[in-house]
Ligand binder design. Structure first.
Ligand code: ADP
Length: 266
C-alpha cells in the first residue's frame, strides 16, 4: 500500500514536471516565431526603399545625371527613400528598446497640458502645410498625471501625425481630456480626427506592427507602419489602456487612459 502511494505521488510529480516543460517549450516557440516573423517583416520593409534607391541611382549613372530636366527629380526621389529608411530605423530602434524592456518608463507626476501644448506647437507648421487644423480643447492646466513625459509626448506625436496623415484637406485634429467613467482616478486623453476612418474589420489590426489599411497612402505620407505599435507598447508599459473608435469616412478617435494625481492648486 505504502509503495503504491509513493508511486502515485511520483507519477503526479512527473506529470506536473512534464506539464511545466511543455509550457516552457510553447513559450520559447512563440518567442522564436515572433523573432522570425519580425526579421521577415523588417527585411521586407527595407527592401522597398533600398531597391528604389538602387533604381534611381542606376538611372542617374546611365546618363540621367547629365540631363538637367530629370536629374533633380531622381535625386529628390532618392532622398525621399533615404528619409524613409531613416524613419524606419528610428521606429525599429524604438520598438526594439520597448520590447526588450531596455527603455524603462520614467514615471513621475507631470502636468498634462504643458506636454500637449508642446507637442501641438511642434506639429503646427506641418499641419498648416497640409491644410489641417490642430485644435486643443482647453482643459485645466493643473491636471497632473503619473506618466513618463517623453513617452506621453511620443504617443501624442504618433496619434496627432496619424490624425493629419489620414485626414481630408480642411479637416481637423482635436486633442482633449474627458472623464473615464469606469475609474475615478483615471482620465481619458483623446486625439480625434475628421479623417477617412477605419473599417471595423481593420480596427483590431491597426496596432499590429507593419499593418496598414492602405500601404501606398501610408508610404506616401512617410508612414512606417510602426506608429500605433509603439503607442500600444508605451500605453501597456504604463499599465494603461488604448481605445479606438472609428467611422469610415467620418473620422477616428484614439483615447488613452492616464492615472490622475491630485491637482496641485496654484
Ligand atoms: P503608419 O506609419 O502606416 O501610419 P501606424 O502604425 O501609425 O502606421 O498606423 C497603422 C495603420 O492604421 C495606418 O497605415 C492606417 O491605415 C491606419 N490608421 C492609423 N491612424 C489612423 C487614423 N487616425 N485614421 C485612419 N486610419 C488610421
Amino acid at each position: 500500500e505504502v509503495v503504491k502511494d509513493e508511486l502515485d505521488l511520483l507519477m503526479q510529480r512527473s506529470v506536473r514536471a512534464s506539464d511545466t516543460v511543455s509550457k516552457e517549450l510553447t513559450r520559447l516557440n512563440k518567442i522564436e516565431n515572433y523573432r522570425k516573423e519580425f526579421i521577415g517583416d523588417i527585411s521586407h520593409e527595407l527592401k522597398t526603399p533600398i531597391f528604389a534607391i538602387q533604381g534611381f541611382i542606376e538611372t542617374l549613372l546611365n546618363g540621367a545625371v547629365h540631363d538637367d530636366n530629370v536629374n533633380e527629380v531622381f535625386l529628390k526621389k532618392t532622398m525621399r527613400n533615404v528619409n524613409r529608411l531613416i524613419y524606419l530605423t528610428n521606429d525599429l530602434m524604438e520598438i526594439s528598446r520597448l520590447e526588450t524592456g531596455e527603455l524603462k518608463s520614467n514615471i513621475k507626476d507631470m502636468y498634462l497640458r504643458d506636454v500637449v501644448l508642446d507637442v501641438v506647437e511642434s506639429l503646427q507648421y506641418k499641419a498648416q502645410k497640409e491644410n489641417i487644423e490642430i485644435r486643443v480643447k482647453d482643459f485645466d492646466k493643473n491636471i497632473q498625471v503619473r506618466a513618463d513625459r517623453n513617452q506621453v509626448k511620443q504617443v501624442l506625436i504618433n496619434l496627432i501625425e496619424n490624425g493629419m496623415k489620414y485626414n481630408k484637406p480642411g479637416g481637423f485634429v482635436e486633442i482633449g481630456v474627458t472623464d473615464y467613467k469606469k475609474k475615478k482616478d483615471k482620465l481619458l486623453l483623446y486625439v480625434k480626427d475628421t479623417g477617412i476612418g477605419i473599417e471595423k474589420e481593420d480596427l483590431k489590426r491597426v496596432t499590429e506592427r507593419f499593418f496598414r489599411v492602405d500601404k501606398s497612402r501610408s508610404r506616401e505620407k512617410g508612414g512606417t507602419g510602426l506608429g500605433l505599435a509603439i503607442v500600444k507598447h508605451i500605453v501597456e508599459a504604463h499599465g494603461e489602456k488604448l481605445f479606438i473608435e472609428s467611422s469610415p469616412e467620418e473620422g477616428s478617435t484614439f483615447s488613452i487612459t492616464l492615472t490622475q494625481t491630485s491637482p496641485v492648486l496654484v
